[in-house]
Design a protein around this ligand. Sequence first.
Ligand code: CA
Length: 227
Amino acid sequence: MKLLVVEDDVSLAKNLIQGFAESGFEVVHASTVAIAKKRLEEPVDLVVLDLGLPDGDGLDLIQVLRERAPEAPMIITTARGELDHRLRGLEGGADDYLVKPYAFVELLARVRALLRRTQQRGSGTWRVGDLEIDPVARRVARANQALELTAREYDLLVRLVRAQGSVVTREMLAREIWHQRAWTASLDNAIDVHISRLREKLDKGQPARLLHTVRGVGFLLKEEPCP
Ligand code: CA
């Protein structure tokens, strides 16, 4: 199992690298956003990400990570009091967080728990009802029938699957899929158009509906029989 540790504090980074290595992990380290992006050119199984980095915001890395390694879990670490950062990190797709200072054993336990969870998803295939997504091959099938999705529809679907039945807001989609921070009516419209195309491909003619709209909030994916 290969971990990427993104941490600019030299002595903390040293401790983490040593601790993980002694626990049987392969560790790669990055002390800046730029180096971390470089490291992400190789596949990693999990990322420990410090949000305060010298050349930028660790939050930007979450997006890069989600694009390059959609299945790799991510634990963010923040200094005490950076609640806003922490929330934005979780919203942005991080799986867990720890507030500094933390004990290495605590981090190690969470890393192991997240890796177990990923492995339990079974050889990387995601399933919701009779929907199957192979993230390595980017193949999607429902009831064993392959679905032809555009790149954007696929990204939307993966984001919804990763939320594991909870609501993904329009703001999250705007930021993570369209990479827009500012709100515009045309963006809102684009989200609606892509969601409705995805719904058509996913749910049309099926006995159960998967893609649901939560009015005024966003969308979620779960199996529910059609009325
Ligand atoms: Ca830092």
